[in-house]
Design a binder for this molecule. Structure first.
Ligand code: FE
Ligand code: FE
Ligand code: ZN
Length: 277
């Protein structure tokens, strides 16, 4: 099964997202757990969730990906900011239990001048406070572009965080194609080599989802500006190799390209076309 979808607005609820996904040819989607800039989370509407779960079952949906708000930073030098990240992550994970068995992705954080080592320690400490043995959600560290003081643009940094998390069975990684290219990993010229390096350092068994985005900037630019599929520095042929790669093809692919729904529908159609049997 090819699990493909895109980021959708969560404002109208889960059933509406499921219906929107179907209308653009998707069988999964990504959503923000709350306003990406703000902090307020809407209460879970259990009827809406139940209706969505029925729709998802009928239509063979793949794994969903929830995304934490961009504004949280578990390794800020400001303790109140770290506390806010702990509260938000913990609350999101409780609400994710209404949709058991899915994925929750977050940006590891920016160390804001404290240094990578302190950043990694604070991120792992946060995870050790919020993860629960009984949770049914897998928490993903997103590979980052390395903009500013971002932690997680090197595979070694992700490995180090995973090493320090006690309940690391509940942890995985989401690979963002724009971010890894911006971080300097040549997935256009040497996809096999990058995946071999990922496997050696992190382990391919940790890889649970792909953010499929082209990049407005060349290899190693550390910018994090997503581009539409085929219109950036990665190019259509690289995506054809990515979605068909034996180490990746079973994963859910989520678009976060600068698009309206019609643009997403076109990209999903294109990727389905490029997908081999
Ligand atoms: Fe992200
Ligand atoms: Fe991403
Ligand atoms: Zn990004």
């Amino acid at each position: 099964m090819f699990t493909i979808g895109c980021h959708l607005s969560a404002s109208d609820g889960f059933l509406a997202m499921g219906q929107t996904a179907l209308s653009i040819g998707a069988n999964t989607f990504q959503f923000f757990t709350r306003n990406p800039r703000g902090s307020r989370a809407k209460a879970i509407d259990e009827q809406d969730v139940a209706s969505f779960l029925a729709l998802a079952k009928e239509n063979d949906f793949g794994t969903l990906l929830a995304h934490a708000p961009y504004t949280i930073n578990p390794c800020s030098k400001d303790e109140r900011t770290r506390e806010f990240a702990r509260m938000t992550l913990s609350d999101d994970l409780q609400r994710m239990e209404y949709l058991p068995g899915n994925l929750y992705n977050f940006h590891p954080g920016s160390h804001t001048g404290q240094g990578i080592e302190v950043g990694i320690t604070q991120i792992a400490d946060t995870l050790n406070e919020i993860l629960r043995p009984e949770q049914r959600t897998t928490v993903l560290l997103e590979t980052m572009a390395g903009k500013g003081s971002e932690v997680g643009s090197r595979f070694e940094e992700l490995r180090e965080i995973l090493n320090r998390v006690e309940l690391s069975d509940h942890m995985g990684v989401c690979l963002d194609t724009c971010h890894v290219s911006d971080a300097g990993y040549d997935i256009v010229g040497n996809l096999d080599g990058v995946l071999a390096e990922f496997d050696r350092i992190v382990g391919l068994d940790r890889l649970k989802a792909i953010h499929i985005n082209d990049s407005m900037n060349p290899l190693g630019a550390h910018k994090d500006r997503h581009e539409k599929i085929g219109q950036g520095f990665l190019g259509t042929e690289a995506f054809e190799r990515i979605i068909n790669h034996p180490a990746l093809r079973h994963l859910p692919f989520l678009l976060e390209t600068p698009n309206e729904l019609s643009g997403y529908a076109a990209e999903i159609a294109l990727l389905k076309d490029l997908r081999s049997e």
